[in-house]
Write a protein that binds this ligand. Structure first.
Ligand SMILES: [Zn+2]
Length: 248
């Protein structure tokens, strides 16, 4: 089974579903820990490129997934999953209400997650050296940032594991290229001193410039009926669903 897909950057190609060998890959915890699993899955399941979008490829150099934008990688993985096990994705959620804490199953259709095409400005900036500009919300200072590739994402994950700053700081540092008037060696200290509200606003601006699959969803607790927003969880069941879920 194969399918033609167009990723948020315009990258277009044909994918196939997962085979047993990729199932083995997914079960290998060491590979998963090194972050290499998704590169291997993408390389194996991407059969051909019809339009390389912003990426440079030729006959000798096929698509290098470590250089592909995170927005495209995630979209392709989602499509590979849907092609393999179907569009329904079920996972368990625990109600966030302190008085409830009910555990329940929730199911979404992967094809119904909104996808944002990479804005034309971002696409042009990525091709011209991956340097995008914004300003600090409060003092108006210029900030340059980049769109994340697979390799950037792996580096960021390593930094988080090494305990270098919190998640928010790691997300900012991974994308920050330059801050007006701040030497690169002082960047970490600069972020430490930045108001938390400014950090969040900056990350919002980085996200606005980017494309990709919207993964924040709303679920309703069947017990207390409270509605809560959460980020789509990627549990084991995403790539290795239980037989019961597959039949649904
Ligand atoms: Zn509840």
């Amino acid at each position: 089974m194969s399918e033609a897909i167009t990723c948020p950057s315009g990258l277009t190609g044909t994918i196939r579903g997962l085979k047993g060998k990729e199932g083995k890959l997914l079960a290998d915890r060491n590979a998963a820990r090194s972050g290499a699993t998704f590169d291997q899955i993408l390389a194996a399941c991407w059969l051909s490129t019809e339009d390389p979008g912003p990426y440079a490829i030729d006959e000798k150099q096929p698509l290098d997934w470590s250089k592909v934008l995170v927005a495209d990688r995630f979209y392709a993985l989602l499509k590979i999953r849907a092609l393999t096990f179907g569009d329904a994705y079920a996972f368990s959620v625990q109600c966030a209400a302190a008085s409830c804490r009910e555990r329940f199953e929730w199911e979404i259709r992967l094809s119904e997650l909104p996808v944002r095409v990479l804005p034309a400005e971002a696409l042009a900036a990525f091709q011209a050296g991956n340097r995008l500009e914004t300003r600090l919300p409060r003092d108006g200072r210029k900030v340059w940032f980049k769109l994340l590739t697979g390799a950037d994402e792996q580096r960021a994950a390593k930094a988080i594991k090494a305990g270098q700053g919190g998640l928010l700081q790691a997300a900012l540092l991974a994308r920050l290229v330059e801050v007006e008037g701040v030497a690169s060696s002082e960047r970490r200290g600069f972020l430490d001193e930045l108001e938390l509200a400014d950090q969040v606003a900056l990350l919002d601006r980085f996200d606005e410039a980017d494309g990709g699959v919207e993964t924040s969803i709303e679920v309703e607790c069947p017990s207390c009926l409270s509605v809560q927003e959460l980020d789509l969880p990627f549990e084991r069941g995403f790539f290795l669903p239980r037989a019961k879920e597959r039949a649904a």
